[in-house]
Design a protein around this ligand. Sequence first.
Ligand SMILES: [Fe+2]
Ligand SMILES: [Fe+2]
Length: 197
Amino acid sequence: MTGHIKAAPEQRPARPASLPGDPRGRARVGRMIRVDQAGELGATEIYRGQMAVLGDRPCAPLLAEMAAQEAEHLAVFDKMMVARGVRPTALSPVWRIAGFTLGVGSALLGERAAMATTVAVEEVIEEHYQKQLDALGEDEAELRATIAEFRADEIKHRDVAQQYNAETSAEGAPAYEILSRSVKAGARLAIWLAQRV
Ligand SMILES: [Fe+2]
Ligand SMILES: [Fe+2]
C-alpha cells in the first residue's frame, strides 16, 4: 500500500457549484437576487429622474414605457426577496439617490445623453444577467426564466435607446464616449458593491 496513488484531477467527478438545498448555494442565490433588486431599483430611479426633466419631450413615451418595465422587474424581485427571506441591500437609499441623480443629470445634458445613458446602463445589466444565467443551476429554473426574460427586456431597452439616437436629431450628448464610460464604470461599481453590502 503505497498511499500516494491519487486520481488525476481530470478523473475526479465534476462537483456542481452547489447542490439544491445547500445553505451555501442558497446564500449565493440570495445574494444574486439582492443585487438584481438593487439594480432594478436603481433603474426605476434613473427613468424617474429622466422623466422629471424630459417628461414633455419627444422621447417621453419611450422613457415611460421603459420605466414601466423596470417597475415590473423591481416588483418581481421584491416579491422574490420576501418569498425567500432575502434581506434587501443596506445601500437601497444610496441606489435610489444615485439612480435619480444619474437620471436627472443625464437628462439635463439632453435627450441624446439620456438615451446614451440607457444604452450604457443596459449593456452592463445585460452582461450581469448573462453571468447569472451562466452561474445558476437547473434547480433554479424559475429564477433563470425570470432573469432570461428581464435580460431580453434590457436588451430591448438598449436597442430602443440606440435607435432613438440614430433616428432623431435629438440634442445633447457632449463627450458621448466619456459619458458612456463613466456610466458603465458606475454601474459596474454599483453591482460590485451590492454583491457585498
Ligand atoms: Fe430592468
Ligand atoms: Fe432596462
